[in-house]
Design a protein around this ligand. Structure first.
Ligand code: SAM
Ligand code: SF4
Length: 322
């Protein structure tokens, strides 16, 4: 079992397999021109898997693959299969924008994938294109339907933004309710990369919109989940709200993050990280395990989004995987 410096059990590893993305979401990607890290800096799937095995042997039982856009990385299904075959009861999930999902959902499911979190910020083609800076909606919707068809468990993530998709909070809720899938509204998290014009919505503003149509009741938060759940009294549908500006979920935070270059990050907000790249390239498993334990010993008590002078994270979401 892995225990951090504040006595929390850490059993959840999020692995970014690439920082590259086929979308340019205004709230995630830099406005200014930028260049990707050279491909040769990426760890291979074998190298990432070496570290994942260490983490599983030490007590991790939940692995989420993210990015950038993870489906851009070739042979992702083979990587999923490696992890699944190593420990079939691992809770294995992907977070994706679903643009490339229609063609890969079946292969991913056969490889051992259990769950998918899919970003869906709008059901209007022009708004979706405005946010992602690309015509994306029909592919995304096709990807969602295909994932459901092959039996993957799907959750939807929406980031409501003032003046952009704030009029679609209820539409997305109904879209998910009709398909019996959960939607989680994520408050926009300030970061120094995203467009300065972006204005996110507070959790209470999101709830106000839903309350115009429905009566809602607080259900609470599952242990270690950042999502606070609410139930709609009229039909029993449960949706989630992720509000990073509170840090009540930090008290039982159970997660660490690995970037595609091998940086092990103890908290999404903080810049501190240690590299496991050398250890896995040298096949030095003991060294990788020591780095993992050291990073956990220094995992911060809570994030800093709630602090008044906070300007947000200086690490981009497409690098850390959100
Ligand atoms: N490309 C995949 C996707 O969009 O689902 C995976 C990576 S993306 C960084 C993971 C999640 O982070 C997405 O649900 C996205 O909406 C969210 N995200 C990105 N930037 C964010 C921000 N500034 N505030 C809140 N959520 C953000
Ligand atoms: Fe790409 Fe996901 Fe970031 Fe959008 S949120 S730019 S899809 S990584």
């Amino acid at each position: 079992m892995l225990i951090d410096g504040h006595g929390r059990e850490v059993n959840y590893l999020r692995v970014s397999v690439t920082e590259r993305c086929n979308f340019r979401c205004h709230y995630c990607m830099p406005e200014k021109p930028f260049s990707w890290n050279p491909k040769e800096n990426l760890l291979s799937f074998d190298e990432l898997f070496k570290f994942i095995k260490v983490a599983i042997d030490e007590g991790v039982n939940k692995v989420r693959i993210t990015g950038g856009e993870p489906l851009l990385r070739e042979d992702l299904d083979k990587f999923i299969e490696l992890i699944h075959n190593y420990k079939p009861d691992i809770d294995l999930a992907i977070t994706t924008n679903a643009f490339l999902l229609a063609n890969s959902a079946k292969r991913l499911k056969s490889a051992g994938l259990k769950r998918l979190n899919i970003s869906l910020d709008s059901l209007k083609p022009a708004v979706a294109a405005q946010i992602a800076q690309k015509n994306v909606l029909s592919n995304v919707l096709e990807g969602i339907e295909k994932a459901l068809e092959v039996g993957l468990n799907v959750k939807i993530n929406m980031v409501p933004l003032k003046g952009i998709n704030d009029g679609e909070i209820l539409d997305i809720l109904e879209f998910c309710r009709q398909r019996d899938i959960t939607v989680r509204y994520i408050e926009y998290m300030e970061n120094s990369h995203a467009s300065s014009d972006i204005q996110g919505m507070h959790g209470r503003e999101i709830l106000e919109v839903i309350k115009q149509k429905y009566t809602i009741k607080k259900v609470g938060r599952q242990k270690s989940s950042p999502s606070f759940n609410y139930e709609i009294q009229e039909n029993g549908y449960i949706f989630g709200l992720i509000d990073p500006h509170k840090h009540d979920f930090c008290e039982d935070c159970n997660r660490i993050r690995l970037t595609a270059e091998g940086h092990l990050i103890p908290c999404l907000y903080f810049d501190e990280a240690q590299s496991i790249a050398e250890a896995v390239k040298e096949d030095n498993i003991d060294k990788a395990a020591d780095i993992l334990k050291d990073v956990l010993a220094n995992k911060p008590k809570e994030n800093r989004w709630s602090e008044e002078d906070s300007e947000g994270s200086s690490r981009a979401f497409y690098e850390t995987g959100g």
